[in-house]
Design a protein around this ligand. Structure first.
Ligand code: G3P
Length: 220
């Protein structure tokens, strides 16, 4: 499973990248706006930090303009994946951009039917939003399970990116369901490290060691 960070914040990206386990980044217009820099500038800075797929979303709502924006975003860096919303116009733009050889992440997916449309349009990635489905009383993870089955049935190459993950349990369940990628806020990635038995075990190991050697080991 690839781990993507769902943030446009450079400090968070630097911290995550330093752990050596971040495979890519997803952004959306809300996340870009939070950082206060125009999208092209912010995406270039992100590409300097993380070497992997970096999703950058169009803000146009009509296909013609989405295609123009998508081409511009793709020109920013070889790692940029153009993100289009799952609307009629977005799917039209996805089909056109994919035919040109650009990689498209279709976002705001909330049903298996929508995900089929994206796969048929040649999307490189589909982004089903788990947490936002949970928010309205559905079981978001069921969508990930349906998609892995449906895409496998027909051999679609589109990668399933579990998005809107809000907790370590979401990440684990998405992995169990077979999502290719999980994108998560920095806070969730950080929480994945935590286990009280790890802390307790390490404390005991060091206590036992130091009782005998009373100091940190010196080579030789
Ligand atoms: O990747 C999509 C993500 O940014 C949405 O997350 O928590 O705002 O639903 P959330």
């Amino acid at each position: 499973m690839k781990f993507f960070l769902d943030t446009a914040n450079l400090d968070e990206l630097k911290k995550g990248a330093a752990w050596g386990i971040v495979d890519g980044v997803t952004t959306n217009p809300s996340l870009i706006a939070k950082e206060g820099r125009p999208i092209a500038h912010q995406i270039r800075l992100i590409c300097d930090i993380v070497d992997g797929d970096i999703s950058a979303e169009v803000v146009a709502t009509e296909a013609k303009e989405m295609i123009r924006e998508g081409r511009e975003l793709a020109r920013l860096h070889k790692n940029v994946v153009v993100k289009c919303p799952l609307t009629r116009e977005g799917i039209k733009a996805t089909a056109a951009l994919s035919k040109e050889g650009l990689r498209v992440n279709v976002t705001l997916c909330f049903s298996a039917g929508q995900a089929l449309l994206a796969a048929k349009a040649g999307a490189y990635i589909i982004s089903p939003f788990v947490g936002r489905l949970d928010d309205i009383g559905w079981t978001g993870m069921d969508l990930i399970r349906s998609l892995t089955t449906i895409y496998k049935n027909y051999g679609f190459k589109t990668q399933i990116l579990a998005a809107s993950l809000r907790s370590p349990t979401h990440v684990i369940d998405a992995a169990m369901a077979g999502a290719h990628i999980g994108t998560m806020p920095f806070k969730v990635l950080d929480m994945l490290f935590n286990h009280p038995l790890t802390d307790k075990g390490l404390e005991q190991f060091l206590k036992d060691y130091n009782k005998v050697f009373q100091e940190t080991p010196v080579a030789g």
